[in-house]
Design a protein around this ligand. Structure first.
Ligand code: VGL
Ligand code: ZN
Length: 207
């Protein structure tokens, strides 16, 4: 393998519901699409993640009597932010943004498909122990460096980056190819945690 072969771009949750007009719209979420398409050309390997919830998912505020979106609930695995219904399996909101180039991706890892547990990270569900299988896939294929871009910086990108570090991958986040939800300081907290964990940050033109 050449050194380039050991690196893979992970394109996180670039789905309609996270873009303007979607159910859980991330401000400027669609702005990442052209950058990721350009970036993706410079990588030999790429995978996609897709938030993929059953209707009535436990991360939806609508599944909790008396709760509103962006409040929290205590789950057996810890505190969970409650979201508007989003990325319901098979719905247009769960589809990738129509302009995202997906054809060259080698794997789509779906997550959050179990009714009673959410999954922000591409690697583990929100109990931080149930694996999605991505680590095994990447390790078996010999990747030791992951580069992340997509939505949202402070949730699925950050959780994925932190788990990637924990699993021993060299980990880079392309800052301008991500956008954040930024709920109660979550972006600053996520950036601090990623920095402390040894995640590298670069802009797309430098990647
Ligand atoms: C995400 C909240 C709920 C994300 C997914 O992709 O960051 N955030 N589900
Ligand atoms: Zn979700």
């Amino acid at each position: 393998m050449t050194s380039q072969d050991a690196e893979i771009l992970i394109i996180v949750d670039v789905q309609n519901d996270f873009c303007p007009g979607g159910a859980l719209a991330v401000p400027e979420g669609d702005a990442v699409v052209p950058l990721i398409n350009q970036l993706s050309m410079r990588f030999d390997h790429r995978v996609l993640t897709q938030d993929w919830h059953p209707a009535g998912h436990s991360s939806f505020a609508s599944s909790h009597t008396g709760k509103a979106p962006f409040e929290t609930a205590e789950m057996p695995y810890g505190t969970q932010v409650l979201w508007p219904d989003h990325c319901v399996q098979g719905n247009p909101g769960a589809a990738f943004h129509p302009d995202l180039v997906v054809d060259r991706s080698e794997l789509v890892i779906r997550k959050g498909f179990r009714l009673s547990i959410d999954s922000y990270s591409a690697f583990f569900e929100n109990d931080r122990t149930t694996p999605t299988g991505l680590a095994g896939y990447l390790k078996e294929r010999g990747f030791d460096r992951v580069v992340l871009a997509g939505l949202a910086t402070d949730f699925c990108v950050a959780y994925s980056a932190l788990d990637a570090r924990r699993l021993g991958f060299a980990t880079t986040v392309i800052t301008d190819a991500c956008r954040a939800i930024d709920l109660n300081g979550s972006l600053a907290a996520a950036m601090a945690e990623m920095t402390a964990a040894g995640v590298a940050f670069v802009t797309a033109d430098a990647a």
